[in-house]
Design a protein around this ligand. Structure first.
Ligand code: PLP
Length: 384
């Protein structure tokens, strides 16, 4: 085992950042690079934040977060997924899913423990596992399977050191939504080998073909699953820094124990805004989801028309087309597309080896810009 300070020092800068730096020096760039809604937070949520500030809600909250917010999160999970969580013992509010991920890994892992992570996956998973003293064991997913998890491949990666399986669904960067049967099979596998499941469900409301399954609602998984959720994506609240963990009581209690010393609590104003988000912003969310869906359909059709094969993304707001027909690797493709045509995308290899041959394009971008981006990509492909 490497000492932790060496692990941190060796952690490379995010592969996404490099492209932002190049784009920042250029004019007329269409950015499909960022994983962030292009909508501002819906007005009624912002208004709740303003009200909270005006009325002086500027203090800490309890460590686990506002009871009203925890009650709303648990009843929302109950209503949408029939997932049952006790708000007072099994739910805590975090400063975004980012903190939730960090907490879950820190309380579950011992030095040297292995975490199986299907890739391509969100760039923070592997560093966070390492910061918690663990080792990531990547398992590939294939675009022929639309990036759904092959449970046999996961099973083959289990060793006596395996402690957990970490999945994101709907997924960044592929947009894949794991089917219920896959989640059930993963749960059975976890049960057999006594493993935890960590389920990043930050994009749960952003699904377009059928619905998302909350892993906490899968009976075999319930007692060994940590569900992570938040408000950044569907409610367009990235900068408010508010998310949550729902987990069996013993795990939730340990998370609160760490969180009370490291964060104390998520921002009070943001928690009140999140209460409003769950109370009255469902229509705003549906409108944004409908807009992403329109863009998704136009963009994927456009990519296919210019000769880029693109599996249909079922969730989140990313398309992950294959760029193999260009003959370029994904880094070169992304760098040249940016420099020659002013379109920023993220090379797929940043998300793991199975992402090579793809680029991630965020369609959280206005429709006219998406259309121009497709035209520019066509010109780029023709120039090769
Ligand atoms: N999980 C995934 C899969 C993400 O894509 C992101 C942000 O891009 C996060 C977590 C971070 O979420 P938060 O803003 O709640 O910290």
């Amino acid at each position: 085992m490497k000492p932790l300070n060496e692990v941190i020092a060796a952690c490379p800068p995010s592969g996404i950042r490099r492209f932002f730096d190049i784009a920042a020096e250029m004019d007329d760039v269409i950015s499909l690079g960022v994983g962030e809604p292009d909508f501002v937070t819906p007005w009624r949520i912002r208004e709740a934040g303003i009200y909270a500030l005006e009325h002086g809600y500027t203090t800490y909250t309890s460590n686990a977060g506002l009871p009203a917010l925890r009650m709303l999160i648990c009843s929302d999970l109950q209503q949408r997924y029939s997932a049952e969580y006790e708000w007072d013992t099994e739910c805590l509010i975090t400063t975004g899913v980012s903190e939730g991920l960090d907490l879950a890994l820190r309380v579950l892992l011992n030095p040297g423990d292995e975490v199986i992570v299907p890739e391509p996956c969100y760039v923070a998973y592997e560093p966070c596992v390492a910061f918690a003293g663990g080792t990531t064991v990547r398992v590939p997913t294939r675009w022929e399977d639309r990036f759904t998890v092959d449970v046999d491949v996961v099973a083959a990666a289990i060793t006596p050191r395996t402690k957990a399986i970490l999945i994101g669904s709907p997924a960044n960067p592929t947009g894949a939504v794991q089917p219920r049967e896959t989640l059930q099979a993963l749960a059975r596998l976890a049960e057999k080998h006594d493993l935890y499941l960590i389920s990043d469900e930050i994009y749960d409301r952003l699904t377009y073909n059928g619905s998302h399954t909350c892993l906490g609602a899968v009976p075999e998984a319930r007692e060994r699953t940590v569900v992570l959720g938040g408000f950044s994506k569907a409610q367009a609240m990235t900068g408010w820094r508010v998310g949550w963990i729902c987990a069996p009581q013993a795990v939730a209690e340990l998370c609160v124990r760490v969180h009370q010393y490291t964060m104390l609590c998520a921002p009070h104003v943001s928690q009140l805004a999140a209460v409003e988000a769950l109370t009255s912003a469902e229509t705003d969310v549906s409108e944004m989801v409908a807009d992403y869906d329109r863009r998704r359909r136009v963009f994927v059709k456009g990519l296919r028309e210019i000769g880029l094969e693109c599996p249909e993304p079922d969730g989140a707001f990313y398309a992950f087309p294959s760029i193999r027909s260009s003959g370029l690797d994904s880094e070169t493709f992304a760098e040249r597309l940016l420099k020659e045509q002013g379109v920023a995308v993220v090379p797929g290899n940043v998300f793991g080896p199975s992402g090579e041959g793809h680029v991630r394009c965020s369609y959280a971008t206005a429709l006219p810009q998406l259309e121009t981006a497709v035209d520019r990509m066509a010109a780029f492909l023709q120039s090769l």
